[in-house]
Write a protein that binds this ligand. Structure first.
Ligand code: SF4
Length: 393
């Protein structure tokens, strides 16, 4: 490709992340300009974003204060639904559930605390301009703003993903330029399916690193000559998967390399990475197929297809509340509750983390960190080996 063909008119987070995730998808989308065919998750996400944008823009523009209206949410969802050509009563119900929970979670909305909705920014990054739109920016106090990005992902992000997200870093730099009075910028992924806020912040050094990384990626997009396919767990949602030979081969389980000497560690690692990439793509495809079967199993008890019987069943997990369990056991065994608690009792880490997080709202960070360290000193630790693999440059 000629340098002219590779030149970016501008950069955006979506452009950068598409290149980073799969250079071939970038080529299809931005260079070959093939028609994208977004799957259901992408169109669903766009419809929810559009509905939330309209609802919050109306609060801002009409200077409203009070709870958001469920009736209005239904109206704007209908418009977004049609625009994205979505179908299916279950998907519609899920969209409505998300909007209703958003309304409940936001309670009384005050237009004075919303600084911007779908705020456009243009950020100079080296020789590039990064163009983007921030879903929402809220006023928190006289020195703090909150940058909010709505996400419709099924899975929550890991702490590492939130703390290193390039998107949030770019938004933080843009927000600092747009609202220079803000000394602090809170960054939040609002996971609307779960009603969970995944929050983080950035130091100046982290922001400088993120900008340098964005510039590096931007330069790469203009200088590379190869755009290899990078199979990943999102291939089944890729809007260019129909054009992608690597995905077609992966679905057929086609392999390129098989190591015939297990003493050759380079070859072992090479095959392991190929299998891992294929496995990700195939596992995602299996989930996609299972979702179709599960939808049908909502309307009938079982399906028998190709000699296989498919059913849904519920699994039960038990949690024993401490006091009543100890009381029953103490009576049955004649032992004291203290003795039994010592033998059987332990506190669930998730519950403890939640309590520490709650305490973090009233105590300062160093005190909570100290308390956590003190508690961890009492914890019984078990170690189990885990395999870890991460691409290095
Ligand atoms: S299907 Fe996967 S490998 Fe193919 S272009 Fe899309 S993201 Fe890349």
């Amino acid at each position: 490709m000629t340098p002219e063909a590779l030149r970016n008119t501008h950069l955006s987070y979506s452009r950068l992340t598409r290149f980073e995730t799969c250079p071939l998808s970038y080529r299809f989308h931005y260079l070959d300009k093939l028609e994208a065919e977004p799957g259901l998750p992408l169109r669903f996400g766009k419809a929810i974003h559009a509905a939330l944008e309209v609802l919050m823009k109306e609060v801002l523009e009409n200077e409203l204060t009070g709870p958001l209206s469920e009736d209005r949410a239904l109206e704007v969802l209908r418009e977004a639904w049609a625009a994205e050509a979505l179908t299916g009563v279950e998907v519609f119900q899920e969209a409505l559930r998300i909007l209703r929970e958003f309304i409940v979670q936001h309670g009384v909305v005050d237009h004075r605390t919303i600084l911007a909705v779908e705020k456009e920014f243009r950020l100079p990054v080296g020789p590039f301009t990064v163009l983007g739109f921030i879903d929402r920016v809220d006023w928190v106090d006289d020195e703090t703003i909150e940058v909010i990005d709505y996400k419709t992902n099924h899975q929550l992000f890991t702490r590492e993903e939130v703390d290193t997200s390039l998107q949030l870093s770019l938004y933080a730099v843009a927000a600092k330029r747009l609202w220079p009075w803000a000394k602090k910028v809170k960054l939040t992924f609002l996971m609307v399916r779960h009603g969970v806020r995944q929050e983080t912040t950035r130091t100046e050094e982290q922001l400088a690193d993120a900008l340098a990384y964005a510039e590096t990626l931007g330069q790469q997009t203009e200088t590379v000559q190869e755009f290899p396919a990078r199979l990943n767990s999102n291939c089944s949602y890729c809007d260019h998967r129909r054009h992608c030979p690597a995905y077609a081969d992966a679905l057929k389980g086609k392999r390129e390399f098989i190591c015939d000497n297990l003493a050759d560690l380079e070859a072992v690692a090479h095959e392991r990475e190929e299998v891992a990439r294929l496995a990700k793509a195939l596992y995602a495809r299996k989930e996609e197929l299972e979702d179709v079967l599960k939808t049908h199993l909502k309307h009938q008890d079982e399906l028998v297809l190709g000699g296989v019987r498919y059913r849904m069943f519920s699994t039960t997990s038990l949690a024993f509340p401490l006091q009543p369990t100890l009381a029953v056991l103490a009576e049955a065994t004649g032992r004291s509750q203290e003795e039994l608690a010592e033998q059987l009792g332990s506190i669930d880490k998730k519950a403890l983390d939640a309590e520490l997080k709650r305490l973090g709202k009233t105590l300062d960070r160093p005190r909570v960190a100290l308390l956590k360290a003190e508690l961890e000193a009492h914890a019984d630790k078990t170690h189990s080996p885990r395999f870890w693999a991460k691409e290095v440059q």
